[in-house]
Every structure is written in C-alpha cells, then in structure tokens.
Design a protein around this ligand. Structure first.
Ligand SMILES: C[S@@+](CC[C@H](N)C(=O)[O-])C[C@H]1O[C@@H](n2cnc3c(N)ncnc32)[C@H](O)[C@@H]1O
Length: 442
C-alpha cells in the first residue's frame, strides 16, 4: 500500500533518498516488521537455544552481519510468550538495533555507560558481549521504561549492570572521564521505524526540539568518556538534523574524531556530507545510514567517535553513593554463599571474584561495581536469593543464573512431555531423598 504523505515530507524524503528511494520508503510504511531476536549467550549457546525454540514450534534463519541474530520464519504464537523467552535464552530486537553495540565493541572487564538505556535491548546485548564481566551503568530517567530495563536485565541474567534514573546531561559531570566506552542512543523522531509504526511519519517535525536534547546528551557522553575511549551515537531516525548535525557539532567543539563503521554483508550508506542547506565534514562518510526499505530492520544512523585528549574537569563533581558491597568471605554473607555453593554443588571457588550486597535480597555483582559511586540508582547487580535461611531461597533469576552451573539438587527433565507437564504445574515424580530447594533444568 502506498501511503499518502504530505508534500513537505515527500520533498524531504526525495532530498534524502532520491525520487525512487522516497517512493520505496513510502512503500514499506505500515507493512509490519519481521520478528527478529538475538540469542542471549549468557544463558544459552545458539545450538541449545534452537533446540528448545524448535520444540516450541518456532523456525528462524540467521540475520546477515549480526552474530547470534536471527529472523523468525515461523511463529506459531507470539515469541514473547514462549518458554525460551521467559528463560532469557533470547531477546526480541529489531535487526538494525543490534548494530550499535557491534560498532561500539564493549569488551569483558571494561567500564561502559549506556546513557539512554531503556528498555535495554542494547544493554543486554552489551552485557552478553562483555561475558557478564566489567560494568555497564545503564541510565534512563523515565521510571516506567526503566522498570522494563531492570526486568530485562534480570531475565537475561546480567550481573554486570547498575541502573540509574538520571537526566542524561548530569552524567558527564558525575562520571567525568570515567568510562572506556559510551553508548548514546537518545530519544529521536523515529522516522526509521515506519514499517511497524506508521504514525512515526508525523514525528519528523520534532527534530529541532529533539536535536537540542541530543546535543546536551552528546556533550555529557563525551565528558563521561575517558581520553582514548569510544563513543557510539545511534538513532532510529533518518533526519540529518538529529544525526550528522549533532555529530558535526561534536567534531567542531570537542576532542573527538570519527572512526569508520562498516557491517559485512549489510546494505548501508555513508553518513551525509550535505543535506539541503546544511554541510558536514567529509569524514562524516565514516558513519553509516541504514534504510527501512532496503533491509529487514528499521532505519538507523550509527557514528563511532574516539576521544583524542582529556578535557578540563568540572569545578565540582556531585558525590554519589558507594554500594555496600562485600566479598563472599565477609561475615554478613559467607554463610549464605557457602550454603548455596554446598547445596547446589557449584564449582570450587565459584563466588570468588563476585561481590555481594546483603539487603532484603542477596544481590551479586561484578567487582567493577565497587569502583563507582551512584546517584538515584534502582536495580543493581542480580537479585540472587532471599537470605532468610540458611540455606537461602533462590529467586527465579538466581535459580536461572546458578542453575547453569549446579551439579546437585537439580532435576533434569528428560523430554518435552515432562517439560510440558511441569509447565502445566502437574506433579513431578522425583527420586527419594531430595532435600531443600531444587533447580528444574531442561
Ligand atoms: C531510543 S530510546 C533508547 C532505547 C534503548 N537504548 C534500547 O536499545 O533499548 C531513548 C531513551 O532515552 C530516554 N530518555 C529520555 N530523556 C532522556 C534524558 N534526558 N536523558 C537520558 N535518557 C533520556 C527515554 O526514556 C528512552 O528510553
């Protein structure tokens, strides 16, 4: 169906994409986006994830250019209601939205800031790329959206995150030159999302207002980045005012330079060096643009910047609070960590190298979480157990996390019928002699 777009928007699309590109773009408005997902390598290998998915009746094919990314080809019921999804084996995510973390390349052990993180598609992807090590400060000031972020972090078993609820422009001062990598995926006019959200055709007029917010967040992101660190700026809009213009201003005013972003096997275009009466530096061609009429995903803009030198520190830095974290030998947690390790037969020294907070729940963290102070934080680490024991009672997330490593007090279901009857809450026949909490595994 060809959509009727107002003249002004048609003109804009023609200037951006050429006459044929503009028509092709309007041709996909409202056609719906295919369901894509990423296997969460913190919970399952691709092979293991597919065994269960296929038993549930789903079929999928690999997405080009995205490791662990797949496009559903058969969806007998919504993937979001599957057992695979509940277990956190996968994350439903637009194919183009999987690209900014690939451009950022966060590594295990690094300190990473995700400045506008909710609902966490890219945070959870980065947690997996970092093999659950190092730390991601995942920030989003919208309380409701951040509850989805926290839930997604628990479902995917991310231990290496702390969620804060701050306006992003405050983070540059709070975390001046702290992070190895920063992802800035700010609010945008979302013109690239028209396949699934035709109403986005009306939002491009918001560009001017949004570009002011994007600029404030860009400045904050650059300040939070260590000299030599990498920043990825991404949006799901095609509007140059929110993309190239924001990046060009950063190149002009701050010590950053653009690095090449390329994705093997994907149709993409270089960033623009001019648009209508705007002109941008030649190196803008190192950024990429993806268009929704040319691939399975949304339209996206992705630029990778490296900070070339240090900046003048702020006169005053807000304090923030340290988390009350202790290691597994600390008197407040040692009985619990030992009881959990003994009860579930965890590998020797399993809890070495993690830190804990003993509050209403026993939470587990990576050591890097202790290196920073936080303001207005909510979710942090992974809630592992309720320490009312010993032995402590595992939370659902704790059971999913530890269950992968447990060697005793585990009930391994043998076939799909057993799994089905368990999911229907029918009685399980188990061997005698089992005591205390059991992890059910399939
Ligand atoms: C494009 S979405 C982020 C999507 C997310 N990165 C993901 O991949 O799941 C932009 C986010 O910016 C957040 N936001 C709005 N105002 C903000 C501000 N002043 N500072 C930081 N984030 C803000 C919104 O709540 C929204 O969740």
């Amino acid at each position: 169906m060809m959509v009727q777009a107002p003249e002004e928007l048609r003109g804009l699309l023609t200037d951006l994409l050429g006459p044929e590109g503009g028509e092709a773009f309007l041709g996909v408005v409202g056609q719906g986006a295919p369901t894509a997902f990423r296997v969460n390598t913190l919970k399952a290998t691709d092979h293991r994830a597919f065994e269960l998915l296929e038993e549930e009746g789903f079929r999928a094919e690999p997405l080009r250019g995205v490791p662990h990314g797949y496009l559903l080809t058969e969806e007998p019921f919504p993937l979001g209601r599957s057992f695979s999804h509940f277990l956190g084996n996968l994350y439903i995510q637009d194919p183009s939205s999987m690209l900014p973390p690939l451009a950022l390349r966060p590594a295990p052990g690094e300190l990473v800031l995700d400045l506008a993180a909710a609902p966490g598609s890219k945070t959870t992807q980065m947690a997996a790329m970092m093999e659950n090590r190092g730390l991601i400060v995942a920030n989003d000031p919208k309380v409701r959206r951040s509850t989805f972020l926290s839930f997604n972090l628990m479902r995917t078993g991310a231990v290496n995150t702390v969620v804060t609820l701050l306006p992003g422009n405050r983070l540059g001062r709070l975390y001046f030159e702290t992070f190895d990598r920063v992802l800035l995926d700010p609010p945008c006019s979302a013109l690239g999302t028209v396949k699934a959200a035709p109403e986005a055709l009306r939002w491009w007029r918001r560009s001017e207002r949004l570009s002011r917010l994007q600029w404030d967040l860009m400045v904050s992101a650059i300040k939070a980045l260590k000299p030599g660190g990498v920043l990825v700026y991404s949006t799901c809009t095609l509007m140059p005012q929110e993309n190239e213009a924001v990046v060009a201003e950063a190149l002009r005013r701050y010590p950053v330079e653009l690095e090449e972003v390329r994705f093997e096997g994907l149709k993409a275009h270089p960033g623009l060096t001019s648009f209508q009466d705007l002109s941008f530096p030649q190196e803008m061609s190192r950024a990429v643009r993806l268009y929704p009429h040319e691939g399975p995903g949304e339209g996206f803009f992705i630029a990778r910047l490296r900070k070339t030198s240090g900046m003048k520190p702020p006169l005053e830095r807000p304090g923030g609070e340290r988390l009350p974290l202790v290691d597994s030998h600390h008197p407040s947690v040692k009985d619990f960590s030992k009881a959990l390790a003994d009860h579930f037969g965890l590998p020797e020294g399993f809890f070495e190298g993690f830190l804990f907070e003993r509050a209403k729940e026993l939470r587990i963290f990576t050591p890097e979480a202790a290196r920073l102070s936080y303001l207005n934080y909510t979710h942090r680490g992974l809630p592992l157990a309720r320490p009312e024991g010993p032995p402590p009672a595992l939370t659902t997330w704790g059971a999913q996390f530890l269950g992968l490593f447990a060697s005793q007090n585990v009930i391994d279901l043998q076939d799909p019928m057993e799994l089905l009857s368990y999911l229907r809450r029918e009685e399980l026949v188990v061997s005698d002699g089992l005591r205390g909490q059991q992890v059910i595994r399939y």
